[in-house]
Design a protein around this ligand. Structure first.
Ligand SMILES: [Zn+2]
Length: 114
């Protein structure tokens, strides 16, 4: 999976944010992870525990994860529905002409400085 890649990317972002704001230590970082992003939360946390030790800036930073619900839009009838429950087929009109509106995210929502 790509969990370690996500952590490496987040760490880069945190370092540049810290540099811009003259932060020497980050207390916590909150991530928003989409329901269908395929990211395994436990594995992401494990990667974080291991990787944060490399940088004094984030050594003691706690990682919090918030899940964003996945929503799919149906082009045929214009309605939206929960992706995890119904998959690619619209539960209203049974059309397969649907696309994911959100639920694939992996964003930093909040950074707390020490
Ligand atoms: Zn529909």
């Amino acid at each position: 999976m790509h969990e370690l890649g996500i952590i490496v990317h987040i760490t880069k972002t945190l370092r540049s944010v810290a540099e811009e704001n003259n932060l020497s230590e980050i207390a916590s970082v909150t991530l928003e992870i989409g329901e269908v992003s395929g990211v395994v939360h436990d594995y992401l946390t494990d990667c974080w525990q291991y990787y944060r030790k490399k940088f004094p800036l984030i050594e003691n930073a706690e990682m919090k994860i918030e899940t964003l619900p996945a929503v799919t839009y149906c082009e045929a009838c214009g309605k939206t529905y929960p992706t995890v429950e119904y998959g690619r087929q619209c539960p209203w009109c049974k059309s397969p002409e649907t696309y994911l509106v959100c639920g694939n995210e992996c964003n930093i929502r909040e950074i707390e400085a020490q």
